[in-house]
Design a protein around this ligand. Structure first.
Ligand code: NAD
Length: 416
């Protein structure tokens, strides 16, 4: 039978497996399998040529038992409600595993931002917020950037929200520009958090990181910072890098700054001087110590799982691995740092941003990173210890930690 690649079906299958190991009450299980609330809306946007184009927007508040929903907004031509549902579910497990007092949500708009002018993008962003303003806010649901959205888009959305509400409430949106109350360290936070988990995984596996090899798929916000930090923090040799246009390979390792300069000039990693071209498919199958998927969903599947040779897979992307591939990695003894643990650094610093906004008092980048390190190290060991204790695969262990925390909050509230 063909593998089901629907992200929400995958998220539900992962929960089902954890529910079985946990012996979760069936009523609780049924409640946690579905989002609590969904918003579907049309956003009419006046285009530069005088026409009006209607875009479809979504916001899913998957679960807010542990605190207000939290999660990014994606602008993508292939966005679907099931992708948003899956990402909102993963946000719920992510905030729980990181042990921050927030729930899980996600948003999206079906659009191709590369085809929009700056003015059209601003009107779309403000239109999104006009539709959802009454249902978000510091104590309800706090959006943030994700694929194809950025601090400028967050600034427009926050301004629209505050104009409608008639007061300043910066913690409603995170990933804001620093000048509007953004946090130091938010840009690299997801990759930085991932590095702390890689450091801890290397410790428990007895792998020396200095001189270890890595391949990174994706050179956007997360992948490019991962390349930089892997080199600067640990002396990891990054031998392969890629983006949607293709990849580059050099057995001696790349210097991040040189590749970043090439990227700034050409908009792609390919044709980097001195590199050998490599396809995204071949990059994933390299015999490296650490494989870092940092692009999109469903990259490690039944089609290539048997060929993966990495010792550690650090999932900075959301949903890069399918359940069939997980079965193969478990059998082969590949150590997977599951997505909602590995990439929890972004939402953790978003939470720090909300705390700083509430205090109106701001931390240095060193303070942010020190607190992020504490949170990520703690989360990593909670999952690793659970995997050891219950003799389960790390992804199942991460679900056991987070689902128990969410279920406890749901029970205490008397919902189920
Ligand atoms: P981004 O848009 O900045 O970068 C995405 C990168 O992936 C780009 O380099 C793009 O060229 C590449 N890419 C796209 N399709 C590809 C393909 N088919 N093959 C290879 N490369 C491809 O996005 P980002 O913010 O860096 O997010 C990357 C991943 O990390 C996503 O799964 C996102 O959900 C996840 N994530 C991001 C954050 C965050 O703080 N930005 C936090 C948690 C998780």
């Amino acid at each position: 039978m063909a593998e089901n690649l629907n992200p929400f079906a995958i998220a539900q299958a992962q929960l089902d497996e954890a529910a079985e190991v946990l012996g979760l009450d069936p009523d609780m299980h049924a409640f946690l399998r579905r989002p609590q609330r969904e918003f579907h809306f049309s956003i009419p946007v006046k285009m530069d040529d005088g026409t009006t184009k209607t875009f479809q927007g979504f916001r899913v508040q998957y679960n807010d038992a542990r605190g207000p929903a939290k999660g990014g907004i994606r602008f993508h031509p292939d966005e679907t409600i099931d992708t948003v549902r899956a990402l909102a579910a993963w946000m719920t497990w992510k905030t729980a595993v990181a042990d921050i007092p927030l729930g899980g949500g996600k948003g999206g708009v079906i659009c191709n931002p590369r085809e929009l002018s700056t003015g059209e993008l601003e009107r779309l962003s403000r239109g999104y917020m006009r539709n959802i303003a009454r249902y978000v806010g510091l104590f309800q649901d706090s959006p943030a950037p994700d694929v194809n959205t950025n601090p400028q888009i967050m600034a427009w959305m926050l301004d629209e929200y505050e104009t409608i509400m008639g007061h300043r409430e910066p913690g409603t949106i995170t990933g804001k520009p620093l000048a509007l109350g953004g946090s130091a360290g938010r840009g690299p936070a997801t990759a930085m958090g991932g590095m702390y988990t890689i450091r801890e995984a290397a410790k428990v596996l007895g792998i020396e990181l200095k001189g270890a090899t890595a391949a990174i798929q994706g050179f956007g916000n997360v992948g490019s910072f991962a390349a930089k930090l892997a080199q600067e923090m640990f002396g990891i040799k990054v031998i392969a890098l890629s983006d949607e246009f293709g990849g580059i390979y050099n057995a001696n390792g790349f210097d991040y700054h040189e590749v970043a300069a090439h990227m700034a000039k050409t908009g792609k990693v390919i044709d980097f001087p001195g590199s050998v071209p490599i396809s995204n498919k071949d990059l994933l199958e390299l015999g490296v110590d650490i494989l870092i998927p940092a692009a999109i969903e469903n990259q490690l599947t039944s089609a290539n799982a048997e060929n993966i040779k990495a010792k550690i897979i650090a999932e900075l992307a959301n949903g890069p691995t399918t359940p069939d591939a997980d079965n193969v990695f478990e059998r082969k003894g590949i150590y997977v740092i599951p997505d909602f643990l590995c990439n929890a650094g972004g939402v953790t610093v978003s939470y720090f941003e909300m705390v700083q906004n509430a205090y109106q008092y701001y931390w240095t980048e060193e303070m942010v990173n020190q607190r992020l390190d504490e949170k990520m190290t703690h989360a990593f060991h909670a999952v690793h210890n659970m995997a050891q204790q219950k003799k389960v695969y790390t992804r199942v262990a991460a679900y056991l930690v987070s689902v128990s925390r969410v279920a406890e909050a749901v029970r205490l509230r008397g919902w189920v």
